[in-house]
Design a protein around this ligand. Structure first.
Ligand code: HEM
Length: 494
């Protein structure tokens, strides 16, 4: 009898193990899946060998091909690498869902809210609202230029003050742009801007910095093994994730309450929160509009728009201080086209060299990043492989913009000229810093405006120098979005 029970339990265990390590038929190739942990160990090893997840998975793609089939924890994940696979993936109308497991819903009270992590009709309706109103309050209008110019004037004032006594100043470039970038976003969302030392700005910066440390788009230990949130809430990152979110929820709800108190529905709204509150007043019960959704949209704007722009500018100035000849060329163009007046977005079309610096900085940033994960809405094919319904798919954008098939020569070098042809801006194939297809970035115009205006306006007034005593380390910090290792620059007036 005992033998019978033992052999039955063993058989059940064997079947469970078999089901766990068995790959779906014609699934993209990749390393072996171990029971319970899938290919977590192989991914972790590849990441430690190459020091970053993007290089680690690029190595694995060399071995297994441009569509890599992994399983991290219990979840099958496909990573595409290289231009051909990327184009097919991002333009598929089936692979446009977003992950919907508990990790991604935890930030929005267990529900699917916001823009970045929702899909189907809900996402479409909210995206339409957001695009319409962002256009109204910023994107693609003269407003956007003024919004960014105000921030630049404030930054220039603070640099001028710092330079005054010694004739130069040394800045820590990691957070150099962060207040200004946050203000451009916050002004559109709430109609407010904060000064550098405002207590609300300090609080917002701290919350967002914590948020970027705790949120990983590809998941966290407790998302792969949910049991960890009960047995090891601290080590698994769960506790920190929740506490940080409590802070951002509170910050945003306070702001929304303030707007509710002062809302005048007879007046045209001048910011996103007011516009949303106007719609909420008349929305039907069954609609996708809600106050929680407004909090989620604001979180998404910060998540998507602040660190990405900030880190692209950090890469940009890192390469500018390493290449003084590029600074000089840009300054020659600025002096010739604009002179000493304030630069605005209308000047962009007459400044191809400056624009090529922006595009090259975007390549340096996005070429080390992953796209936001997608989800297969139903079973489909990708590059001839079968992708079961609900599989999570992301793209290692290194393959398009820095990899061996990218078409970019010497991809690790900062060469703005690769975006110029006969003195005009020319966008080469495989340059997709903002993604492609229906899930393409919604903030492209604001991001480009910020990077162009900050770069040119600062180069118009200052030279940025290498600090001989602490030359920058060329390693990359592998976070939610890539960043250069913390570096400093010496700034002098031209
Ligand atoms: C240098 C700056 C930026 C870069 C490189 C960037 C890049 C991207 C990429 C690659 C995606 C994902 C595409 C995909 O899933 O396939 C994305 C999505 C998104 N981005 Fe950006 N982004 C930047 C700045 C911004 C800004 C400033 C905003 C808003 C103010 C923004 C809003 C969004 C939103 C809302 C999505 C999600 C779209 C959706 O799921 O439908 N981004 N971005």
């Amino acid at each position: 009898m005992l033998w019978l029970i033992i052999s039955m339990i063993s058989s059940i265990l064997l079947v469970l193990i078999y089901c766990d390590i068995r790959k779906p038929k014609n699934f993209p190739p990749g390393p072996f899946w171990f029971p319970l942990i899938g290919s977590t160990i192989q991914v972790w090893r590849a990441r430690s060998r190459s020091k970053s997840l993007y290089e680690g998975t690029a190595e694995m793609s060399k071995q297994f091909g441009p569509v890599l089939g992994l399983k991290v924890g219990r979840n099958p994940i496909v990573i595409v690498y290289g231009p051909e696979a990327y184009k097919e993936f991002s333009t598929s109308i089936v692979l446009i869902g977003r992950p919907d497991d508990f990790y991604y819903k935890l930030r929005t009270w267990g529900r699917r809210l916001g823009i970045i992590l929702t899909d189907e009709e809900f996402w479409q309706e909210q995206k339409r609202f957001l695009l319409k109103h962002l256009r109204q309050f910023g994107f693609g209008t003269k407003n956007m230029s003024h919004l960014v110019e105000t921030e630049i004037s404030c930054l220039i004032d603070s640099i001028d003050k710092a330079i005054m006594s010694e004739g130069y100043t040394i800045y820590d470039m990691e957070r150099f742009f962060s207040v200004s970038i946050l203000n451009t976003l916050w002004k559109m969302m709430s109609g407010k801007r904060y000064s550098n030392d405002d207590k609300n700005m300090k609080e917002l910066q701290q919350i967002l910095s914590d948020l970027f440390k705790t949120v990983h788009m590809v998941g966290a230990p407790f998302s792969y093994y949910p049991i960890l949130k009960y047995i090891a809430p601290g080590i698994s990152g769960y506790k920190c994730f929740i506490n940080t979110h409590i802070n951002i929820w509170k910050f945003l709800r306070n702001e929304i309450d303030y707007h509710k108190k002062h809302l005048d529905t007879a007046q045209e709204p001048t910011n996103l929160i007011d516009a949303y509150l106007h719609v909420l007043k008349v929305a039907d019960d069954g609609s996708s509009y809600s106050e929680d959704q407004l909090v989620a949209i604001c979180m998404d704007m910060f998540m998507a728009g602040s660190e990405t722009t900030n880190n692209t500018l950090s890469f940009c100035f890192l390469y500018l201080i390493l290449n003084p000849d590029i600074q000089e060329k840009a300054q020659e163009e600025i002096d010739r086209v604009v002179g000493s007046r304030m630069i605005n977005l209308d000047d962009r079309s007459r400044m191809p060299y400056a624009e090529s610096i922006v595009l090259e900085a975007l390549r340096m940033f996005s070429g080390r990043a992953f796209a936001v994960p997608h989800r297969a809405l139903k079973a489909t094919k990708l590059a001839g492989y079968s992708i079961p319904k609900d599989t999570i798919i992301t793209a290692n954008l290194h393959g398009c913009m820095m990899g061996p098939d990218s078409g970019f020569e010497e991809p690790e070098k900062f060469i703005p000229e690769r975006f110029l042809s006969n003195g005009e801006v020319h966008i080469p194939d495989n340059f997709y810093p903002f993604g492609l297809g229906k899930r393409k970035c919604m903030g492209e115009s604001l991001a480009k405006a910020n990077i162009f205006l900050f770069t040119t306006s600062l180069l118009q007034k200052y030279n940025f120098h290498l600090l001989q005593e602490s030359p920058p380390d060329m390693e990359i910090v592998d976070g939610v979005t890539p960043a250069p290792v913390h570096y400093k620059a010496k700034i002098t007036r031209r």
